[in-house]
Ligand binder design. Structure first.
Ligand code: RP5
Length: 165
């Protein structure tokens, strides 16, 4: 199975990124996580992206806050799919990171999840790998069925509460 790379701009992003790590572990997807900054260590970030396909990665998750150029910097140096997580780490509540991550120029896509949307970033990476992996696709189907059952249960409880009003 291909690996997923999780790159964060700072170790201060880890509390949010942990949800992505947890999700990849739940699905048994191999991953590596590193701190590389588009601004503070641009060459290390570039070298990682340049070598990522050869190193066996199938997708790159890039998490960064403030003027969040990390996902775009990754995308500039690889044709692997890049998923951006805008991190809420400033006085602008993550809107700065969201816009910096999502507003990529034509030809250089970054699939951007919600502010602090680390679990969805991991799920999207898993879905990308599952295109060529039926066992992984089956796990995703199972999780979706679980969600469907959970919502149906909530609706049943709501109906009971409404009946008792
Ligand atoms: C970004 O600046 C990082 O991704 C982080 O979200 C933010 C603050 O970084 P630190 O000052 O905490 O290292 O580059």
């Amino acid at each position: 199975m291909k690996k997923v790379a999780i790159i964060m701009g700072s170790d201060s992003d880890l509390p949010v990124v942990e949800a992505a790590i947890k999700t990849l572990r739940e699905y048994g997807v191999p991953y590596e996580a590193h701190v590389y900054s588009a601004h503070r260590t641009p060459e290390a970030a570039r070298q990682f992206a340049l070598g990522a396909r050869e190193a066996g990665y199938g997708a790159i998750i890039a998490a960064a806050g403030k003027a969040a150029h990390l996902a775009g910097a990754m995308a500039a140096n690889t044709t692997l799919p890049v998923i951006g997580i805008p991190i809420k780490s400033s006085t602008l509540d993550g809107l700065d990171a969201l816009l910096s991550t999502v507003q990529m120029p034509s030809g250089m896509p970054v699939a951007t999840v919600a502010i602090d949307g680390a679990a969805n970033a991991a799920l999207l990476a898993i879905q990308i790998l599952a295109v060529e992996d039926s066992a992984l696709a089956a796990k995703l189907d199972e999780a979706r069925a679980g969600m469907t059952a959970a919502v149906a249960k909530k609706d049943a409880v709501l109906q009971e509460k409404l009946a008792a009003l």
